[in-house]
Design a protein around this ligand. Sequence first.
Ligand code: SAM
Length: 282
Amino acid sequence: MELWYTEEQTEHVRLSLKVKEHLFSAKSDFQTVDVLDTYEYGRLMTIDGLVMVTEKDEFVYHDMIVHTAMAVNTNIKTALIIGGGDGGTAREIMKYKNIEHVDMVEIDKLVCDVSREFFPTISSELSNRRLSLYYEDGVAFMKNKENIYDLIIIDSTDPIGPGEGLFTTEFYSDCFKALTKDGILINQNESPVYDQFAKEAVRANQKLKKIFPIVKVYQAQIPTYPSGYWLFGFASKTLDPLKDLKAEDWNNLGLKTKYYNTDLHLGAFALPNYVKEKIENG
Ligand code: SAM
């Protein structure tokens, strides 16, 4: 009998992947985590029935959530990852020798444990000595932090369940305070195609604009996320992601990336008109 994983992406749209084997399922205090071995996308981790990472397309998301900021400020030394329990974001940041210290705050230890066991190529840097891993709520962790991080990456689940607080004005404002003078905040910003996600992307963008002087949106193609077209937010105190791109410096680092490059960086901020309109007009 054929086994299929089906995600209800919206009330009217589903994604189905043919599955070789259902490898793991467990429920934590926060959510249910599953691991499936699929034919096309390799191993897949879901949280509460929604795709988090697949072995085949995780590189797109993790490259774009990390290198876009690192190429705008090549002097980033301290970073904070909120969420990101699979470890892909930590893996990409650790490619930089300049990075002295990274704090990672993941609410659910189970996600890290599962990734260590089933996704060794994604979780490979979770034990790096430059990384401190805290199993705490990112919203509470951000309180009363001042001028500490050059970069904050919000690698969260959707704004439901434990991830909800990571999309609020109060939280973004705590992040602003915790950032250093040229600090950059990156957040995963949902898809512009289906209304329910687009609304969240617009709301998050409007909230960031109330707090940060520079707020831009950029895009990537991630096949297993709803619609396959995903947005990220770039918010900064001083740096513009296009004018301040240090293409030469970044290329001189000689890092190996599978998706990101500095030509693509420029294109990623060139949004289609319907996305621009949605973001500007709500
Ligand atoms: N790439 C993924 C996506 O966009 O679907 C996100 C991956 S990552 C696994 C998201 C992580 O955020 C989860 O492991 C979840 O436990 C964590 N998370 C959710 N709410 C959180 C909170 N309030 N504080 C810290 N981590 C949180």
